[in-house]
Design a protein around this ligand. Structure first.
Ligand SMILES: Cc1cc2nc3c(=O)[nH]c(=O)nc-3n(C[C@H](O)[C@H](O)[C@H](O)COP(=O)(O)OP(=O)(O)OC[C@H]3O[C@@H](n4cnc5c(N)ncnc54)[C@H](O)[C@@H]3O)c2cc1C
Length: 337
């Protein structure tokens, strides 16, 4: 374990933003984390745990210590006739864990195929896609309190999981280093094909009764066709969260915009942030080296050479125009550092 100084984080974030970490260290084992936590560079500085950097925007240099998480390992903890408990270390690639499950006929995370990033970041925002969320299968999260060094196991209900949200993004922000998660996966097929785009894709391909692998492959194929590849153009997926309103506000908006898409979830109404941004004329717009993707209005991009501050400034302009036009506040999904 070697602590480096003034380390450029550009290759370690999918926006491709150049920002320097005053201290930088990579850890490959839990024991290394324990060793690290006794060092002054760790104890005396602000900390940032980094996985694949696919949900962060560095708006400036980071004056503390960046800890790159490379803890690996996946194991089956327990199985019965119905379920298998799988424990994965937090530095594992999320999609590799999905493949592990699919290969073994374990249901529950196939709709989350190909989401970029590490296993440890998944509970941070309760990753979700195509009608599924991590919270549907999460059993527990193991994490170290960065101040006391104590290890704690959070049961799912203690994680405050909500739409792109968790306790680790709120009350416990920057207070815990997640080292492993355990998932409860089903041996019994539990198809989740309600999401319209997924359903339509399978129908178009004439896949009537898809198996686990076919569902995972369908999700991968849809994602590849829809989302810009960060290796080609810097981005962090959806920059903003969708917006939730009450029915009164929904009716008010529908009077003015009868074509507005919406989804009813419980007592609230979800309005796609991408539609709001597109209606404000941002889709495909370029501002200096930054811009909004031409096919996905929810995705803010780095056309090359942009700074994090420039991307943040574009995001603020988008927030302001959505506010002016719709009287709605967009919230970033991406973590601004
Ligand atoms: C093209 C693209 C598509 C995407 N699609 C989706 C999608 O469909 N659904 C979705 O939910 N997300 C999506 N995302 C966002 C991203 O993939 C997820 O948020 C992912 O979980 C981030 O993982 P990461 O390892 O890259 O996290 P990072 O970006 O490295 O970190 C994200 C946050 O988590 C914290 N963190 C990371 N690891 C730990 C740890 N071990 N302990 C404590 N804190 C930690 C970091 O400090 C930071 O605040 C997409 C991103 C891209 C680029």
């Amino acid at each position: 374990m070697k602590i480096l100084r003034d380390f450029d984080l550009k290759p370690l974030n999918t926006f491709g933003i150049s920002a320097k970490a005053r201290f930088f260290v990579e850890i490959r084992a839990e024991a290394e984390f324990k060793e690290l936590s006794s060092l002054p560079e760790f104890k005396e500085n602000e900390k940032l745990f980094l996985g694949s950097g696919s949900n962060v925007l560095f708006t400036k240099d980071f004056s503390g210590i960046v800890v790159l998480n490379k803890l690996t390992g996946v194991e089956v903890l327990h199985e019965d006739n119905e379920n298998t408990l799988v424990r994965a270390m937090s530095g594992e690639v999320w999609h590799d864990l999905v493949c592990f499950a699919v290969e073994r006929g374990l249901w529950g995370i196939e709709n989350l195929s190909l989401i970029p990033g590490t296993v440890g970041a998944a509970p941070m925002q309760n990753i979700g896609a195509y009608g599924a969320e991590l919270k549907n299968t999460l059993e527990s999260v193991e994490a170290y309190n960065v101040k006391t060094g104590e290890k704690r196991i959070f049961a799912r209900d203690e994680c405050g999981l909500g739409y792109r949200d968790s306790i680790f993004k709120n009350e416990l922000k920057d207070k815990y280093f997640i080292t492993a998660i355990t998932l409860r996966l089903s041996k019994i097929p539990k198809k989740n094909l309600e999401y319209k785009i997924l359903k339509n894709y399978l129908t178009e391909k004439n896949i009537i009764n898809p198996n686990l692998k076919e569902i995972s492959e369908a999700v991968c194929s849809i994602r590849r066709s829809k989302l810009p590849d960060p290796k080609v153009i810097g981005n962090a997926g959806s920059f903003f969260k969708n917006v939730f309103v009450n029915e009164e506000k929904q009716q008010e908006l529908l009077k003015q915009y009868p074509d507005m898409p919406f989804f009813k979830e419980g007592g609230v109404v979800k309005i796609p942030a991408g539609w709001l941004i597109e209606k404000c004329g941002w889709k495909g717009k370029r501002v200096g080296n930054t811009g909004v993707h031409e096919r996905q209005a929810l995705v803010v991009v780095n056309h090359g050479g942009a700074t994090g501050a420039e991307i943040k400034s574009l995001a603020e302009r988008i927030i302001a125009s959505v506010h002016t036009k719709f009287d709605l506040i967009l919230t970033p999904e991406v973590n601004l550092i």
